[in-house]
Design a protein around this ligand. Structure first.
Ligand SMILES: O=C1C=CC(S(=O)(=O)O)=CC1(O)O
Ligand SMILES: [Fe+2]
Length: 350
């Protein structure tokens, strides 16, 4: 590559296609508590309480539930020309998108990236009221901001190289002693990640994560789902991650799109931030307490659309799959690396 990459600040918004806008609005607004910036019969534009840009999530009515865009904010309007040149040199589809194509967003550059994802780079966006201290409207499960995207892609090292080319750095990864890389977490903002690369059939969206400030807000969301008899929308957690150290919950929206609620990861902003590499057999890598990772978390994800709104084909992963090697507390995992016992957490699955 001769051209420099665009100066990406952070992950900024996503657009999900949903089959029932009313049911999805109930999930994202009434249960998760996101703030509606604007809505019409076709779409709802949502933001979390600390966010002052127009939205960080759009849910848009459509026949085929899928991801239609992952957007990164760049540092200035001038970075759009840089993005356009960078991706043209990569030889992928590149489109300049006029201001207002997406409500609340200025001119943008949209690409179908080398991993097959519809990605947008933008700078200008409409500012709206920031609800940071509007405690009069915060619910007990208040989400503070969009934190990261997690994408399924078959070849994690290739994806890591592509994102390193964009100036992202690795904070953590999961590997085995044969050198297989199962997942990597990469950042531009000084936290554990803006994007996680999860080995699997792709391009697919594994999840979008919102941050809260407190663990009790995550617990409230669980209690709320129980109270409205929608506990079946809790897929995994609540728990404490090994990777990222975050307290977490994974929920599935009415179309099965996966949303993570996440808090307490850590600062990664110094140039010598050490990379943490986890052994895929370490039973505490994905859940610090050794609780099993439910199989659906490894197998299910959202399809993605191309720049014309058509479903992208999915390529299977050819390397060893994490689920084949270990599912949380199972016979292939260890709690203590010294080999003193290859046992695993009580209550393991049969
Ligand atoms: O955000 C995350 C942080 C950690 C993990 S893991 O399950 O602990 O690997 C998953 C995740 O990518 O969703
Ligand atoms: Fe995540």
């Amino acid at each position: 590559m001769t051209t420099t990459p665009p100066d990406v600040i952070r992950c900024a918004y996503a657009e999900l296609i949903v089959s029932d806008l009313k049911a999805s609005r109930e999930f994202y607004v009434d249960i998760l508590g996101l703030v509606v910036t604007y809505e019409d019969d076709e779409a709802v534009y949502l933001r979390a309480f600390e966010e002052y840009l127009h939205h960080s999530l759009i849910i848009r009515k459509g026949a085929e539930p899928a991801l239609s865009v992952l957007a990164y904010r760049v540092r200035s309007e001038a970075e759009l020309d840089v993005a356009e040149a960078y991706y043209r040199e990569l030889g992928v589809q590149v489109r300049r998108v006029p201001k207002g194509t997406t409500r609340g967003i200025g001119e943008a550059v949209r690409v179908l990236d080398p991993l097959g994802f519809p990605i947008e780079f933008f700078y200008e966006a409409e500012h709206v009221e920031r609800f940071t201290q509007r405690y009069d409207v915060h619910g007990p499960g208040a989400l503070s901001r969009l934190d990261h995207f997690n994408v399924n892609t078959p070849d994690v090292p290739a994806a890591r190289k592509y994102y390193e080319g964009l100036g992202f750095r690795v904070s953590e990864d999961i590997v085995d002693d044969e050198g297989t890389v199962y997942a990597a977490w990469m950042f531009r903002k000084p936290t554990v990640h803006d994007v996680a690369l999860t080995g699997g059939a792709g391009p697919r969206l594994h999840h979008i994560a919102f941050a809260t400030h407190e663990r009790h807000q995550i617990l409230h969301i669980c209690d709320h789902l129980g109270a409205v008899r929608k506990s079946d929308q809790i897929e995994r957690g609540p728990g404490r991650h090994g990777v990222s150290n975050a307290f977490y919950l994974y929920v599935r929206d009415p179309d099965g799109h996966r949303i993570e609620i996440y808090t307490h990861d850590y600062y990664t902003g110094d140039p010598d931030n050490p990379v943490i590499s986890w052994d895929v057999h370490d039973n505490q890598r994905r859940d610090w307490w050794g609780n099993p990772v439910v199989p659906s978390w490894y197998t299910e994800a959202s399809r993605v659309l191309d720049l014309d709104g058509k479903l992208q084909p999915v390529e299977e992963r050819t390397e060893t799959k994490e689920m084949d090697v270990t599912i949380g507390a199972d016979g292939f995992s260890y709690t203590r690396a010294d080999g003193a016992e290859q046992g695993f957490k009580l209550g393991e699955q049969v």
